[in-house]
Design a protein around this ligand. Structure first.
Ligand code: S3P
Length: 176
């Protein structure tokens, strides 16, 4: 049985890699944010706006515990998921965790193109966004780096990164 958790900052490519990896592994794919949106029938942005971040972190924890029961699955998590409610140690127990590591510069480039769906980014622009990414990664790294596999993304070619990751995961023992 395989259960892979993809973790990493916003813009790391967790959803794109997750979809491609799940196809290569012949597993199903779950995106935790989409799972939450379907369950609560609201976008992540609406949940933050109406109920606040503490509420979001509570339901994120709850939904993570639901999807972590699925088998033969690749799960892409939200950028903050590993950093709240002991989620990182929980995921490490339930499956194989993979940190998709991307340079801060590339993260800023990617998320500035897709900022409006991500409430934690507020309306930061230019240097503010760079500063936010640097400071937040500095705080979150201690969680991200607990992953079983730390995978440095090349940033240019997600498909080739995914096949390298697939080759590296194939040599690992299945979850149980
Ligand atoms: C968040 C990342 C988002 C989403 C929410 C909070 C974060 O997921 O869970 O907006 O705190 O980094 P993505 O990493 O998929 O954008």
């Amino acid at each position: 049985m395989q259960r892979i958790f993809l973790i990493g900052f916003m813009g790391a490519g967790k959803t794109t890699v997750g979809k491609e990896l799940s196809a290569l592994m012949n597993c199903s794919f779950v995106d935790l944010d989409q799972y939450i949106e379907q369950r609560y029938r609201k976008t992540i942005r609406e949940i933050f706006a109406e109920k606040g971040e503490t509420f979001f972190r509570d339901i994120e924890q709850k939904m993570l515990r639901e999807v972590a029961e699925f088998e033969d699955v690749v799960i892409s998590t939200g950028g903050g998921t590993p950093c709240y409610h002991h989620n990182m140690s929980y995921m490490n127990e339930k499956g194989t965790t993979v940190y998709l590591k991307v340079s801060n510069r590339e993260l800023v480039r990617r998320i500035s193109r897709n900022q409006s769906t991500r409430p934690v980014l507020k309306d930061f622009t230019g240097d503010e966004l760079t500063q936010f990414v640097e400071e937040t990664i500095a705080k979150r790294s201690e969680f991200y780096e607990q992953a079983h596999v730390i995978f440095e993304m090349e940033a240019k070619d997600i498909a080739s990164d995914t096949s390298t990751l697939y080759a590296c995961l194939k040599d690992r023992k299945p979850t149980s």
